[in-house]
Design a protein around this ligand. Sequence first.
Ligand code: 4AD
Length: 457
Amino acid sequence: MKHTDIAKVLHDPALLGKQVTVCGWVRTARESSTVAFLEITDGTSFSRLQAVVDKASVPLDPECVKCGAAVCVTGTAVKAFRGEGTELNAAEVTLIGKCPSDYPIQKKRTTLEFLRTIPHLRLRTNTFAAVFRVRSVAAQAVHRYFHERGYYYINTPLITASDCEGAGEMFRVTTQPWNARYADEAQYYKEDFFGKKAGLSVSGQLEGEVAATALGKIYTFGPSFRAENSNTTRHLAEFWHIEPEIAFAELGDVLEVAEEMVKYLIGAVLDECPEEIAFFDRFVEHGLTEKLKHVAESEFGVVEYTQAVALLQKADRDFRFPVAWGCDLQSEHERYLTEEVFRKPVFVINYPKEIKSFYMKQNADGKTVAAADLLVPGVGELIGGSEREADPEKLLVAMQARGMDIAAYEQYLALRKFGTVPHGGFGLGFERFIMYVTGMENIRDVTLFPRSVNNIL
Ligand code: 4AD
């Protein structure tokens, strides 16, 4: 259908005085006996376009004056009668799709909980449309950031035979009938589609390392899957994962890239989504714009895990989980550090080797590995990364200590055998980043169809 985007009609002064046709959905409608006002959105901009219909001269189907109706309006773009901006003096209004009165997205504000029950319609609200415009802008910025710096974009497999993080939270991929009977587990997997146990990838990192140790600098941007049985506001069973991997890089280089990338993405969202961010600032997180500008301009903190534990131990706070050197930091600890001690994003580095993955570079102290988690206020962990162990013998020892099936990692070990180099990278959870820049507090509200335990609408 030939029509003009509402964003263009609203923002292009060259269209003033010209005839345009727009298509969209009626968000609100008011009418008197002589005139009707239709506020129309087509998703292209945060602001809506008001069409003014003089009922004496323009025939108007009553179905067009209903919230949710899809309409096509042709008219003249003029300066708005009240306030700033542009409106449309309608010459013709056509109904494209009518919308009955049980349309669940009405003018009055509904709760996020209710909207979660109608994922197929909630994008028609201001809030969700804004979230998804920000998400799209941020995704484009991810590709731009890496492309401008010479990284190659790699697509790693989603079906895999290895559990990268080693945490046993993989979804199985199988074609076995539900009632199949086998003598033992080995036979079960042998007769399955791939002839061995397969699952959905929790991370593209191991394959990313394959690409980085040939192409130098790569990144992946795709879904990762985790069968975590945790029903929290920060975990999904399917999330989008950005994972750069860099050859000839040590932990400090990895932190530099992570900080620069987060700032770049924030800058892109501030530049390209001013109306959306102003909306979130007003209705979702007061002070959001200031927070984002501040983050984009200030240096991230860096704290050793050992020092972080000391800070938590002397905190005047009853944590639900006690803190001792060697423990994994819980969400309450992470948020305390970033929200109350540092009050800005902070990297916690050099964790005890026992609580981190096998592939992380073992530090000279024999106790810690060169890992880094980036914690941000309001979200907690946004990024997890590390320098990788480049020494084949040390890597083997770490794998054996975890009882891993060495044969399954033959290719990964070969990267250390043939021209090994210091390298590292990180993973950023894209949904968590969108939570951070929009102020939305539940990861289910920044995902089109969120998947989590007992939830697959
Ligand atoms: O810290 P994680 O587990 O690190 C890795 O997967 C590494 N292989 C990354 C790398 O070095 N290439 O996950 C990285 C990030 C987390 O910081 C978090 O933002 C996000 O992925 N994440 C999740 N996001 C939503 N739901 C989940 N269940 C997530 N699990 C991790």
